[in-house]
Design a protein around this ligand. Sequence first.
Ligand SMILES: *Cc1c(COP(=O)(O)O)cnc(C)c1O
Length: 403
Amino acid sequence: MKSKTNAKTWPDAKGYFGDYGGRYVPDTLMAPLIELEKAFEELSGKEAFWEEFATVLKTFVGRETPLQYARRLSEHLKGAKIYLKREDLAHTGAHKINNAIGQILVAKHMGKTRIIAETGAGQHGVATATAAAQYGLKCVVYMGADDMARQEMNVFRMRLLGAEVVAVNSGSRTLKDAVSEAMRDWVANIADTHYLLGSALGPHPYPRMVRDFQSVIGIEAREQILAAEKRLPDSIIACVGGGSNAIGIFSAFVGDEKTVLIGVEAGGTAIKPGQHAARFSGGTPGIFQGMKTYFLQNADGQAENTHSISAGLDYTAVGPEHSLLHDIKRAKYMSVSDDEAAAAFHLLARTEGIIPALESSHAIAMACKIAPKAGSTHLMIINLSGRGDKDIGIIQKYDGGKK
Ligand SMILES: *Cc1c(COP(=O)(O)O)cnc(C)c1O
């Protein structure tokens, strides 16, 4: 399986997607990033590397994931014919494992023996710990102390998988402080350590590398829809946190101009500072955590607080390729609220027998708005990025399980 993305178009040699991306980092981080860029460049040119990746995805992750016709959801919405790309059926319950496995293979080929990662809610930490255990690599996950208290089960899960979870007590004791701590560790331990970043963002080469690993979602979905319907979909809907599951499915369809690409961000409780994470509604371009991209900032360029019912979408910035797709109008970005996402969570559970992640529920909520108006000839794919077992406690507190 060769990575068949739009890699030839972007990013350019410096890691820019149009105006966005790049590598805005202190000098100390330049050396490891360039080493990683060279290693990935070389590996991604080798068919054998993609075959190795495909084999692990098949035997360990359980790919390919199905493309399922959602009959009862389609009937309920009385409009578009809807298919679900079932990333919730991948090992560990979401798409994040695709990227974790890909980067572990890169690290292994580079001779690295130690993996570090940062995690907010813990989902990326769990995927990383899982992939590291599979390859017998030492794994250290940095996590804000407050996040650790909130996500006790994921901390326990990572430890069961043999990872060391390090509490970060500085700053706001959440994700951004964990990122800083992981960066410090990387600079100090470049010789044996790979920093496994969890979404299609950060400094070059991460946005491209993560996209290329997640592009397996789009490659499969394109073949599957052509086999099932003999034609391309009219629309694809995916939720956008950092943007990796969305860019993973979008990448195979970017060249198909008639297929509308729709990214769904977290609208939270209101599109007001501190109450959402919709970067394309409330954000502006700037430099944040090593890249140029849209992020939520105040007039002084300081990152604003964010909120979402779903931890995976609750992030200040969006990956740079989405900023480009937004500006050139190749993809549309819209948001849905916490309430709408929660309602969609219940709807999918009852119509299809699938409990979706709250992140993925944002994509379903957007489909609920679009599908009824689209007409019965409209073919739609929703990327169901993950399963919702992890969110059952949150929904229970949110609405007591009543829709
Ligand atoms: C982490 C996560 C997301 C958001 O991350 P992206 O990089 O935007 O894909 C979406 N869905 C699920 C299930 C996740 O765990």
